[in-house]
Design a protein around this ligand. Structure first.
Ligand code: ARG
Length: 587
């Protein structure tokens, strides 16, 4: 089946053609005046130019053709040449009934499925995961799910920062603390210990200590740089420490991301691109893309019509060290070789926009990425505190993700009043689900590029445009369905035509599911799903308040309502799932 608007468009296109006009003018859209009509078509206005005729006359011709349609209750002209539509209730329910029986509610999978790599998460090993990485994880996970839902092959890659100076910092700090470890003994020839020389807690303390020292102590900074250099040249003891850092960090990251329902198909990192760098540089040099600038090896990426300055991308510093851009470029090489993707989407802080612009331009200019590979940067805004500055702990430090999740969970727990008969265990689980929903929805409901204020109380409120409100709606529907089942009332096979306005409004929202999901895919905008789900929840709750579902005496009507509720629940659950949000059985 087609999306609802497309279905309507087909009919109106035919009416344009039957009146002697080109069908392309028959495109339908949502109504700008929901008080007057449900849908509209503005095509008579551009058609008027093409046919040198008054738009009103064209609109009138089309309306005439649709007079006896079994799809539209009312078709009428308005203003200079708009056509307004109200669909027949029978058509509406017929569509709902097909949605109900189709997989994905009738939403068709992409005709040409693409292979899409999503680069998100982007945590740096050895450093604790902080709220700065939160948005990448939350948004990337949702975009990943949306692309998958539409039938694309999607590969989520965490792309760890695992090869930079922070590793050298940890190595040199470890040497300062435990010089006797075999990793530092150049004459050591045995096998290095299997047990890591630190726990995650120690590791999380080592890095900040080293970084602090390096800021004030030049010798310490030099030692960290030297260690990084030697690591990258493959010094065995350092590689062994690096592997420990990687395994300890990764285990911790998996736990943290897991708590957020964020999962990756690949746990690759910057280090995995390393082996591709020499050949890549050789190719770039041989094809004269590079030149030397103040000792560094660079590629120019500026274009004539640039409105701001785009500096050359530096591939090698004068000391021979590779940079962030070099790694990202080599990662593109690696991904093409391993997966031959159609698209690579990067979900990263928008402040890295210039970096990606340079990398993408260089990849295209040098044919590392051919024309058909789409490279897309999705830059997100900052999560701020109420003071409008990047979110911090109350003491002013960087908030660790783990602590933030705990904070939200505790808040949710406080709201689950103790008059409920939940066991301790169930309370914990429900608090976890509500807390994550509050956090994720609070983030995803904003347009990706926007900065937003993290407001614990607002995000976790059970009312308003929040995650918990949506969960509350889902739980309400589940509980009605459960009671109905206990009363022996089953959903009817088909949903009957609406008996009141709010029921019709709810139905009209449900049929727009396909449009909402595709819109969010096109724009890579999970906030569009949030908007849809919020509207749907509001309509459902109005429907619930205006109709006594469980005490309805007309059993046909009641059974139809139960079917309508089931469909609403299915769509809410699907939408939440695309946001990466779970829903509880009760709360
Ligand atoms: N590790 C980086 C950071 O914390 C983010 C990585 C983003 N992905 C990429 N391919 N550069 O800033």
């Amino acid at each position: 089946m087609e999306k609802f608007l497309d279905e309507l468009t087909k009919i109106v296109e035919d009416a344009f053609e039957a009146s002697g006009y080109d069908g392309i003018y028959g495109k339908m859209s949502l109504s700008d005046r929901p008080d007057l009509c449900q849908f509209q078509c503005n095509g008579a206005l551009p058609a008027a130019k093409a046919y040198k005729k008054a738009p009103f006359m064209i609109a009138k011709d089309v309306v005439e053709k649709l007079e006896n349609s079994d799809v539209f209750e009312k078709v009428f002209t308005a203003g200079p040449g708009f056509i307004n539509f109200i669909v027949k209730d029978t058509f509406l329910t017929q569509y709902l009934n097909s949605m109900k029986s189709e997989e994905k509610f009738g939403l068709k999978a992409a005709e040409n499925p693409k292979t899409i790599i999503i680069d998100f998460g982007g945590a740096n090993v050895a450093k604790p995961l902080h709220v700065g990485h939160l948005r990448s994880a939350i948004i990337g996970e949702s975009i990943k799910r949306i692309c998958k839902y539409l039938g694309h092959t999607v590969i989520g890659d965490v792309h760890l920062g695992d090869w930079g100076l922070q590793i050298g910092m940890v190595i040199s700090e470890l040497y300062r603390r435990k010089p006797e470890l075999p990793y530092f003994d150049d004459n050591f020839s045995g096998e290095y210990p299997k047990e890591p020389p630190f726990t995650i807690d120690e590791l999380s303390e080592i890095y900040p200590a080293a970084s602090k020292l390096a800021k004030s102590d030049e010798a310490a900074m030099e030692a960290a740089k030297k260690a990084t250099f030697e690591l990258q040249k493959g010094k065995p003891g350092y590689i062994a420490i690096w592997k420990h850092i990687l395994s300890v960090s990764t285990a911790d990251l998996k736990k943290n991301y897991g708590a957020l329902n964020v999962e990756f198909d690949l746990w690759k990192g910057e280090s995995d691109a390393e082996e591709y760098i020499p050949d890549m540089l050789k190719y770039l040099n041989e094809n004269n893309y590079t030149h030397k600038s103040e000792g560094a090896l660079v590629v120019d990426v500026a274009k004539e019509d640039d409105t701001y300055e785009i500096p050359p991308i530096i591939l090698l510093k004068s000391d021979g060290a590779v940079l962030y851009g070099t790694t990202d470029l080599a990662t593109i090489v690696q991904r093409i070789k391993d997966y031959n993707p159609d698209e690579i989407i990067y979900v990263v802080d928008k402040r890295q926009g210039l970096h990606f612009e340079q990398v993408f331009r260089c990849a295209k200019k040098t044919n590392i990425a051919d024309e058909k590979l789409k490279l897309q940067f999705i830059g997100f805004g900052t999560m701020n505190g109420k003071d409008g500055k990047p979110f911090k702990t109350r003491e002013g430090g960087v908030m660790k993700l783990h602590d933030l999740i705990q904070l939200i969970k505790d808040n949710a727990k406080g709201k689950l009043k103790d008059d409920r008969d939940f066991s301790e265990e169930e309370t914990e689980e429900i608090a976890r689900i509500i807390g994550t929903a509050a956090l994720k929805y609070g983030d995803l409901s904003n347009a990706v590029t926007k900065d937003y204020v993290f407001d614990l109380d607002r995000f976790s409120s059970f009312e308003g445009n929040t995650g918990p409100y949506l969960l509350y709606t889902v739980v309400r529907i589940k509980s009605i369905l459960k009671k109905a089942a206990e009363d022996g009332v089953n959903a009817s096979n088909s949903i009957l035509t609406p008996t009141n306005n709010v029921e019709r409004d709810l139905m009209l929202k449900l049929v727009k599911f396909g449009e909402a999901i595709e819109g969010s895919y096109e724009d890579k905008a999970p906030n569009k799903i949030c908007e849809y789900l919020y509207d749907l929840s509001n309509l459902f709750n109005r429907f619930y308040h205006e109709n006594k579902i469980l005490s309805e005496e007309d059993l046909n009507k009641k059974a139809s309502w139960i079917a309508l509720l089931k469909l609403t629940l299915g769509i809410l659950d699907t939408g939440l799932n695309l946001l990466g949000i779970e829903s509880p059985e009760r709360m």
